[in-house]
Design a binder for this molecule. Sequence first.
Ligand SMILES: C[S@@+](CC[C@H](N)C(=O)[O-])C[C@H]1O[C@@H](n2cnc3c(N)ncnc32)[C@H](O)[C@@H]1O
Length: 449
Amino acid sequence: MRVDMLDNTIICEGDDLQKSLNYIDENRQLPVEIEKIILNVIFKELGLKYDKSLSIKDNLDLLPKDLLTEIIWDINTMFKGNRTIDYRDNYLAYVMYYLPVNVFKIWKPLLDLHINSTLKRDARILDVGTGPGSVPLGIIEFYKKLATVYEEVDFSLEFVLVDAQNDFLRIANKIIQSVKMYLPSNLKVNLKETICTKVTAESDYNLDKFDYITMSNFLAIGEGNNSKYSYDIVSQFADKLEEDGSFIIIEPGDKEHCINLKRLRNKLVNNGKFNVYSPCVGIWEKKDNYECSCFNTVRLRWELPNIFTYFKKNGLKHSLRKDVPFNYTVFRKDGFIKYEPITNIQHFTKLSQLRENIGSVINIVAFIRTTIYRGDYIKLALCDGSSCYGGNIEGVWIDIPMDRFEGIGQDIKLIAGERIKILKVLVNKGGRNTFYLNLTEESKIRIEY
Ligand SMILES: C[S@@+](CC[C@H](N)C(=O)[O-])C[C@H]1O[C@@H](n2cnc3c(N)ncnc32)[C@H](O)[C@@H]1O
C-alpha cells in the first residue's frame, strides 16, 4: 500500500485488497476495552463507581435493579411508533444499546472507498447528529485496523461533532478521549469541536470543508422534522464537502427508511447536488438520473457485545441479530463512482430482458441488492438498474451453494453492493416481476468487491 501524496488517498496495491476485505470479513466485535469505556461513562453519569478490577458482568450486577429495569424498558420501547424521540429521557439506554449496534455500519461505506483507493489517510470528518459518537467510534476502529496492518503509514482523523443534545456530546467526547488511549502510535485522533445546536434546513455554519460528512440515523422518522426536510438539510452541507470528499448517509434497514433514503438520493442526484459513489451505480452507463425506490437491506455480521447478552437475560426483548440491517449511500461531488460501467455489453443480457429469455442460459452482470446466508448456500437479490422492483419479493433471485465460491480467488462474505458476473445461468420465471436464476454445471461466478 502507498499514499498518493497529491490526493492524500491510500492506494491499494498487491494483496491490499484481500487484506482490507479481511477486516470487514472477520466477525466484527466491539473490543472489550470499548465495552468497558461505555460502562465506565454510564456509571459516571449515574454517580456510581465502575470497578476496573471486576468483569463486565460483575460491574453490571452492581447496577441498582430498578435502574437496570428502566434502562431495558427504554431500549425495548424507544423506537416504537412514529413519535419524535426525546433523548433527554433515555440517552443512557441509547448509549448502552444503540451505540454498539451502530458502530460498525460505517465500515461498509469506508470499505467501498478504500477498495477503490479513495480513502483519505488524513481525514477531517463532520458527523451530524452524532449522538454518543457511534460513527466517530466506527471510523476510529476502521482506521485502527488500517494503522495496525500498515505500520509504516501515519494516519490522522479530526472530528467535528454536531448534535442537539448536550448529554450525547458530553458522552461522545468522553468516549473518544478514552479510546485514544488504545490507539496504535501511527494513528492520531483529534476531537476538534463539538457543536450543540439543532440543525434545520436553514442552518448557517461557519465551518471549513471536510473529507467526510456523515449522518447516521439522523434523517430517521423519529428525528422530528429531519425526514420532512431531508433534501434541504443535506443540500446545505454540500459546500462544506471537499471536492473529492464523500458524504455518507446511513439509515435503518426497514422498508420505510430504505425507500425514504432512495427518494432523497433520487432528488439529490437528479437536481445535480451530488453523484452516487456507491452502492447503486449504473452497470451499463453512468447514472445521472435515478427513479427507483425499491426496498433492500444491507446486513453486516457482528459478534454480540457482553452487555447485550446480560440485558437479554434481564428482559431485553430485541432479537439480538447477528446481522445488523441498515441502508446507506455514499455521495460525492466529483463524479467519481465505485465501478466504471461495463462496456462489452454484447456478451450479457440485461435483467430487464429476462422475460424474453425464460428457459435460456445467459450471462449477467448485476449488483447484489441483498444477501441472505442460509447454511450451505447464499440467497442473493440482484439488480442492474435496468428494471425497478417493488415489495419484498419482486426482483431477480439466485441461490448459490457456498462451494461454488471456492476457487474464485476470494473467499469473502458478501454484504451488498458488490458487482457479480455470472456466466451461463438458467432463467426461470417466478411470480409477478420476479425471476429465479439457476446455476448450471458450466456457470462461472466472478465477484468485484
Ligand atoms: C438516532 S440518533 C443517531 C446517533 C448516531 N449518529 C447513531 O447512528 O447512533 C439521532 C441523533 O441526532 C440528533 N438530532 C436529531 N435531530 C437533530 C437536529 N435537527 N439537530 C441536531 N441534532 C439532531 C439526536 O439528538 C440524536 O443524537
